[in-house]
Design a binder for this molecule. Structure first.
Ligand SMILES: C[S@@+](CC[C@H](N)C(=O)[O-])C[C@H]1O[C@@H](n2cnc3c(N)ncnc32)[C@H](O)[C@@H]1O
Length: 274
């Protein structure tokens, strides 16, 4: 890929998704985009870049953006967010909301669904009638990841990463080499594609909220400081006052201004909207 096309594609990707690819990542772009050449019978990556340039909203362009997302995730990632739900957040919400108003939770960079299903399992273990009272939305930019999340079928390797065996047996059923999420858990979660860097995000998720808890984990790292602020602002506008934002273990995003109170849990910060 020539440097002109590479640099053009980096700008395009940032405009469309917020994802920043540094100048030294040519190899990454090439390896992620190459499978599209065969699929669409395009001769080389320079031609692909040209196609995207002139057909920005075509399927190929959307697939190129999708291919550039990093969907690394696992069940119960980092554990402390789920401990925080069970010992701090859920008791507080159950008390504040009572039995009749549902608890709305959003996994805002849901990837292949492991985060949203982990939240559903944690809710089942600590809230009475969770299947009726807890609604979870999972969104992601990547249509491929969202299709996978909706299917709710995971390989042995995927469940081995983070899912304790007691929960596996209780909340999944094995079919051949794969594990299917139990229907009751699956029904608590709804998945949609959504772009965190678009203003329409707030209206897109309105019917699922306002949210009491938002997981926004391991995604802000891909964005510029300016974009991170805008994303945090959109999230705040989609939440209920007193709701919790749970970011990645090492993320202290810009945009967490005086509207947010840091709440310390096991040495990690959660963010409460004032
Ligand atoms: C590394 S995964 C994190 C998944 C999960 N939150 C976790 O912590 O395990 C990052 C996800 O962010 C998604 N993503 C990247 N840019 C996005 C955007 N602009 N809008 C929505 N999702 C985005 C990617 O598709 C990817 O699935």
């Amino acid at each position: 890929m020539r440097s002109t096309e590479f640099n053009w594609f980096r700008t395009f990707l940032e405009q469309q998704s917020g994802i920043i690819i540094s100048e030294d990542k040519l190899y990454l772009v090439q390896s992620r985009l190459k499978p599209l050449l065969r699929q669409h019978q395009i001769s080389d990556l320079n031609q692909l870049a040209k196609h995207i340039k002139y057909h920005a909203s075509s399927d190929i362009s959307q697939q190129a953006i999708d291919a550039m997302t990093t969907n690394e995730t696992l069940f119960f990632r980092d554990q402390y967010p789920y401990d925080a739900l069970e010992t701090l957040v859920f008791p507080e919400l159950s008390h504040a909301k009572g039995i009749s108003s549902p608890i709305h939770i959003w996994s805002a960079a849901a990837s292949r669904g492991q985060e949203a299903y982990s939240i559903a399992i944690a809710a089942n273990e600590s809230i009475a009638q969770a299947q009726k009272r807890v609604r979870i939305l999972g969104t992601d930019l990547s249509p491929t990841a969202i299709a996978y999340a909706k299917a709710a079928i995971y390989s042995q390797m995927e469940v081995q990463r983070g899912m304790p065996v007691t929960r596996l047996v209780r909340f999944f059923s094995q079919q051949g080499t794969h594990w299917h999420v139990a229907k009751d858990i699956k029904n608590m979660v709804q998945f949609e594609t959504a772009n965190l860097t678009e203003d329409k995000l707030v209206s897109q998720v309105r019917r699922f909220g306002p949210f009491d808890v938002v997981f926004l984990r391991n995604v802000l790292i891909y964005f510029s400081a300016e974009e991170r602020k805008k994303v945090i602002d959109r999230i705040a506008r989609s939440m209920r006052k007193g709701g919790y934002l749970i970011t990645g273990a090492t993320e202290t995003p810009e945009g967490l201004n005086s509207k947010w109170e840091a709440v310390l849990f096991k040495g990690k910060r959660l963010w409460k909207l004032q």
